[in-house]
Design a protein around this ligand. Structure first.
Ligand code: SF4
Length: 704
């Protein structure tokens, strides 16, 4: 009989529960967990193929490796040598050049406990806030907007809202591919009630858009103009909720004044849609008893991502579409634990448990809870700035954990140059074939899904246990264990007089310390423990001591987390994409996901059947644009701009509008004669969230 282990899917932010079937150290099957409230037994193609990703040791990082200099190959070493080397080099560089000369670049794929130890190592022990994560590329604009509007991070709603909503507005989200199991719940709700309206805002006719009642195929990056135009219509047609605005918000008058100039006609012209469609969307949104917006990278991965989020939240506040079942602005997290990373403060711009680096009181609280002397008040380097600083020689050592920045960051060539320029690069990874691995001076082999235990928080603030079912291959170790063992060695060198900061012996011991830091905060989980999660199943936060369940929805009483408990409107002026098209670079390049692949394919690329849906990379172009240029389907074309040049086969489809081309983000250096599509993405960052514009570039397309 196989052993059954309850765990959680490690791909997307839906956070589906799984039942892992194993025999000895082999995973032999998987099923959806019928008792898990995120998925009730359903899994998508990615989740169902998870056993295949751990079926073989081939391509896995199995043993620690070190190279003595950049001209020598790496050689296998034991853990003691690897841990000692990393601890010594990081401590030496921090002592010689100051704590900000080292940096950590971690991942939303990490478990909360892994994240916690890395964050404490950087901020509590070394004294630098230079720890950022690939979640910066994913949801930092959503975080910034939530904090600006509501005074606190995290989506206010829950997954049940998809069953209560009567109008669903998808913005910059191909949810059918990116969050498939939650999307199935929306489909089921509409099958029961065909009056439910779906509005999809997306420049491309994705599978999600093809199912919409109204598809607004806006020009890339024009979302703010659209939302402002919708708000203009609703204000002047008296379709707003003045009672809610008066009772629960501030700042409406200034926004009303701003949107005067965004008449539906002007806004529709900017967006490249009809005025009638814009008005229809506004009417459905305001008239519905419950309007839910579901949004993702199309809003966030933009040089004006915060404005896009805020403009959408303004619509919710103006119409009172929040705090009720089925109503609210719901940012979908891409990765399985982007939320958990935020909770432990594992980013360069925040402290543990939603505290702020810039707040002396918050710093003092964390100093007391960690028993450390003085936390740095200097914000750390967010992802793009971190790699700039490495290239400039300001950051000399970087420890990259469970992520592949040479593929996922914008301006891939700059990332390669930065890593080449760094004095010391540590790569902690489960897989060897990533585009970043060749730059590693030290490889630390990490356990992967099914091989380690901890917790993750999904998009609806629900914390689930991830449980180990099998032993990791070779000498791979859990991420928390690696961080903890380097940290202990570093403390002996850097802060020997402090009490033991890293006494952790298990993920549970880390969770228990993390829990203490949350008490009294908006995400208080004082009532949660591994025992509660084990007995009662996954739980939403907040879950205070004495409570029996978590809180499904926030702001139901119309009170927010701002100082005066009122939500805040903010002015959002439309600004064009960072790279506008012109005669030299006439095409909008937009990027997105495929159905069966995940991120840089280090995991999903191990599954042969994941290629049956899209077997090869391609650039999608409208047939009329191809005809004008004399291009034929499948021919090779070059995509170029000031940034770089790369080659892809051409695919013809009217899913993109004339003047726009599309490429999937997944394909990496193993499949292309270059890195991925981010070779040609400059990635200008949003000035408030520091999230780069990964979704768009202006490019030229020529025959190869
Ligand atoms: Fe995994 Fe997301 Fe699919 Fe659920 S929807 S099975 S979490 S990839």
């Amino acid at each position: 009989m196989p052993t059954i282990t309850k765990s959680t899917c490690c791909y997307c932010g839906v956070g589906c529960g799984v039942l892992i079937e194993s025999e000895g150290d082999r995973v032999i099957g998987i099923q959806g967990d019928p008792a898990h409230p995120a998925n009730f037994g359903r899994l998508c193609s990615k989740g169902l193929s998870l056993p295949l990703t751990v079926a073989s040791d081939v391509g896995r990082a199995l043993y620690p490796e070190i190279r003595l200099d950049r001209h020598s190959p790496r050689r296998q070493v034991d853990w003691e040598s690897a841990l000692e080397t990393v601890a010594q080099r990081f401590a030496d560089i921090a002592r010689l050049h100051g704590p900000d000369a080292v940096a950590f670049y971690v991942s939303g794929q990490l478990l909360t406990e892994d994240y916690y130890v890395f964050n404490k190592l950087a901020k509590g022990l070394i004294g630098t806030n230079n720890i950022d994560t690939n979640s910066r590329l994913c949801m930092s604009s959503a975080v910034t907007a939530y904090k600006m509007a509501f005074g606190a991070d995290a989506p206010p709603g829950c997954y049940e809202d998809v069953e209560h909503a009567k109008t669903v507005l998808f913005a910059g989200s191909n949810m059918a591919y990116a969050h498939p199991v939650l999307f199935r719940r929306l489909e089921a709700a509409r099958e029961k009630n065909p009056d439910i309206k779906w509005i999809v805002i997306d420049p491309r006719r994705t599978d999600t858009a093809a199912m919409a009642d109204l598809h607004l195929a806006i020009e890339p990056g024009t979302d703010v103009a659209l939302f402002n135009g919708m708000l203009h219509h609703l204000i002047w047609e008296a379709r707003i909720d003045t009672g809610f605005i008066d009772r629960s918000t501030d700042g409406f008058a200034a926004v009303k004044n701003l949107v005067r100039e965004y008449t539906p006609r002007i806004a529709a012209e900017i967006c490249g849609i009809t005025e009638k469609d814009l008005i229809q969307a506004a009417e459905w949104f305001a008239a519905s008893p419950a309007s839910l917006s579901l949004y993702c990278m199309g809003l966030n991965q933009s040089s004006h991502g915060t404005d896009k989020n805020i403009a959408l939240i303004n619509l919710h506040l103006a119409t009172g579409q929040i705090g009720r079942p089925g109503a609210g602005p719901f940012s979908l997290t891409g990765q399985p634990n982007a939320m958990g990373g935020r909770e432990v403060g594992g980013m360069a711009t925040m402290l543990a448990a939603h505290r702020e680096i810039s707040n002396p009181g918050h710093r003092a609280e964390v100093e007391a809870l960690w028993d450390v002397e003085q936390l740095s008040d200097k914000p750390g380097l967010p992802a793009v700035a971190m790699f700039d600083a490495i290239l400039e020689g300001k950051v000399k050592a970087v420890w990259i954990v469970c992520t592949n920045p040479v593929h996922s960051m914008p301006d891939a060539e700059k990332i390669r140059q930065a890593l080449q320029h760094a004095e010391f690069v540590v790569v902690q990874e489960a897989f060897m074939q990533t585009d970043t691995m060749p730059f590693a001076d030290v490889v630390l082999p990490a356990s992967s899904w099914a091989e380690k235990t901890g917790t993750v928080t999904n998009s609806e603030r629900r914390i689930s246990l991830v449980r180990q079912a099998i032993s990791p291959p070779g000498d791979a170790k859990p991420d928390w264990w690696i961080a903890n063992n380097v940290a202990r060695r570093m403390q002996a060198q850097l802060q020997p007089d402090l009490p033991d900061l890293f006494p952790f012996t298990s993920p549970e011991s880390i969770f228990n310390e993390h829990r203490k830091l949350t008490i009294g905060r908006d995400l208080d989980i004082g009532g949660l423990s591994y025992a509660v999660l084990d007995k009662q199943g996954p739980q939403q936060w907040p879950f205070k001591a004495g409570q029996e369940t978590g809180q499904a929805r926030r702001y139901v009483d119309g009170l927010f987390h701002t100082d005066n408990r009122r939500a805040q409107f903010h002015i959002t002026k439309y600004q064009a994409v960072a790279e506008v098209t012109n005669a030299r670079f006439p095409f909008h390049l937009i990027t997105g996901r495929l159905r069966d692949q995940w991120h840089g394919m280090s995991r999903s690329g191990r599954v042969a059947k994941a290629f049956s849906h899209e077997p090869q990379p391609a650039l999608t172009m409208h047939p009329k644009d191809a005809e004008r240029r004399g291009f034929k389907a499948d021919q090779l074309v070059t995509i170029s701009n000031k940034q770089a040049k790369m080659t892809l086969p051409l695919r013809l489809s009217d899913e993109v509008k004339s003047g726009t081309v599309f490429a999937a983000m997944h394909w990496n250096g193993q499949y292309l004669n270059s890195g991925g599509i981010n070779e040609v993405i400059a990635g200008k960052v949003d000035h408030r969230s520091f999230q780069p514009e990964l979704k768009h570039a202006a490019v030229r397309i020529e025959a190869a």
